[in-house]
Unconditional design. Structure first.
Length: 360
């Protein structure tokens, strides 16, 4: 899709009608595979969504400027993509979930426009608000707001991450903001030598058994029946009356069924994450949280502090605090802490962790 838009824009600039037609053909053909009905990317990357929002807007503005007939179809596409891009923004900004696509330079689709284009883009932006968040969930993205909490979950439609290189093993690891502050985050992309680690579940705030990813690596030639035979049915992520719930069977590929049920329950300013692991065996169960807040041990709990705010994390199991890093889309290095809560237990097993504000 990116290639089609790039070809289309360069062809318009060169007044090459044949190449412009080819670019449009590539663009619309790829969009059927890359974008869901909500306008959200199916590649598992919020940064891809930002890139597509900017490029579809540029394509529409160029077609509009030349009075071309495809401007109306491009306007509808840009409205849809920008609406989903907005819906992915949490109260503290856009989570950088998944891999950074090549060529991404700016997160905002609207920067650098002249006055006339800026006014047209603003009107398109106003029209493009995504009001049906259920459509977003059906395309693999759950956006949820509850009191001071704002969250974005990514759930690949088959459970398996996308095979084009942008999807990470982040199933069950939402980004959560508290009172407008990023609290539990996705570490995003990493430098080349660390890329495999940052794509793995070990670098995301989810749950793993025996340090394995929740679903296998994906390949383009895998059929839906084959994926189901290897790792069970597609996962189910849905909103509940007090939060969100995920059910997945990906670990069943190791035997003993091993279904995971994970619930996020919001209770005012507090959060309770409940986990249930069904099956047989005695795996190492690790739950992880990745945070930019300062994390310190405090009387059997972990105290998270940021800008005068404090939350107390309580849970069972062995807790370790590990220094971690995040590189923003601009290449800035940001310090993080990876909190790992480990327990080896006979299945079935259940556990919970809570985050509660510390009273002044």
């Amino acid at each position: 899709m990116v290639e089609g838009i790039t070809l289309y824009l360069s062809a318009l600039a060169a007044k090459d009608e044949a190449r412009a037609t080819k670019g449009l053909h590539l663009l619309f053909g790829a969009a059927e595979q890359a974008i869901g009905a909500s306008g959200a990317t199916l590649e598992g990357s919020t940064l891809r969504q930002a890139q597509l929002a900017r490029l579809t807007l540029k394509a529409w503005l160029a077609a509009r400027s030349d009075g071309r007939p495809e401007q109306w179809r491009l306007a509808a596409m840009a409205r849809s993509v920008i609406g989903a891009y907005d819906a992915m923004h949490l109260t503290g900004g856009l989570p950088e979930i998944g891999e950074k696509p090549a060529g991404l330079k700016n997160l905002s689709p609207f920067d650098g426009l002249d006055e006339a284009d800026s006014q047209a883009a603003e009107e398109l932006h106003r029209q493009g608000k995504l009001r049906d968040l259920e459509a977003l969930r059906r395309d693999g993205w759950l956006r949820l707001d509850n009191g001071p909490w704002s969250g974005l979950w990514h759930c690949p439609l088959s459970g398996w991450p996308g095979f084009k290189g942008l999807g990470h093993h982040d199933l069950g690891a939402p980004e959560l903001h508290w009172n407008g502050l990023p609290l539990l985050v996705d570490p995003g992309s990493a430098k080349e030598e660390l890329a495999p680690l940052y794509r793995s579940a070990l670098s995301h705030g989810g749950l793993s058994l025996d340090r394995q990813n929740p679903y296998p690596e994906n390949r383009a030639g895998y059929s839906a029946p084959f994926r189901r035979e290897v790792a069970g049915p597609a996962p189910e992520l849905r909103a509940t009356y007090d939060g969100a719930k995920l059910v997945m069977d990906g670990f069943a590929r190791f035997g003993g069924h091993r279904q995971i049920e994970r619930s996020w329950r919001f209770e005012g300013a507090s959060l309770r994450i409940e986990d249930l692991v069904l099956g047989t065996g005695r795996p190492l169960i690790e739950r992880r949280l990745i945070t930019p807040w300062v994390a310190a041990r405090d009387e059997g709990a972990v105290l998270l502090s940021q800008g005068g705010h404090q939350l107390r994390l309580t849970t069972e199991g062995t807790v370790s605090l590990q220094p971690f890093k995040r590189w923003s889309h601009r290449g800035d290095e940001l310090p993080l802490t990876r909190i790992v809560i480990a327990v080896r237990a006979n299945l079935p097993w259940s556990g919970a962790l809570t985050l509660q504000p510390v009273s002044a």
